[in-house]
Design a protein around this ligand. Structure first.
Ligand code: RB5
Length: 142
């Protein structure tokens, strides 16, 4: 189950991502926003991250205008490792090396095609572990 949330700026891209997940048979929970009325990205990021941490496993996708606001909020939570990126390599290695568990996308930065590729690599790439394990644990210790 993938948790997904956006503010008004990310609403349309969130709808595209939901369609994409449906087509792939991947279950998700949309945690808002539910229309394009202006809302505040910290509220959405906070409720998505809290729920993700309560579940103790899984991943989430957050969409705002740039992805930056969502990632700033998400990375305030211990055990959330949010990646805000618009290129395949960064998202791929955020999974392999950093065990990222939240993908933040900028709807005003990437087109739908790129965004869906980023969603796929985020969901389908496994953490490599090994030498990266202790580094990720060091993040938690800070
Ligand atoms: C909303 O205008 C915009 O500030 C927001 O979506 C996001 O880009 C913040 O980081």
């Amino acid at each position: 189950m993938v948790l997904i949330g956006s503010d008004h700026a990310g609403f349309d891209l969130k709808e595209e991502i939901k369609k994409h997940l449906d087509e792939k048979g991947i279950s998700f929970k949309d945690m808002g926003c539910f229309n394009k009325n202006s809302c505040d990205y910290p509220d959405i990021a906070k409720s998505v991250c809290k729920e993700l941490l309560e579940k103790k496993e899984g991943k989430a996708i957050l969409v705002c205008g740039t992805g930056v606001g969502m990632s700033i909020v998400a990375n305030k939570f211990l055990d959330i490792r949010a990646v805000c990126a618009s290129d395949f390599y960064s998202v791929c290695y955020s999974r392999l090396h950093n065990d990222s568990n939240v993908l933040c996308l900028g709807a005003r930065v990437v087109g739908v095609g790129v965004a869906l590729e980023l969603v796929d690599v985020f969901l389908n790439t496994n953490f490599e572990g090994g030498r990266h394990e202790k580094r990720v644990l060091k993040i938690k210790d800070i």
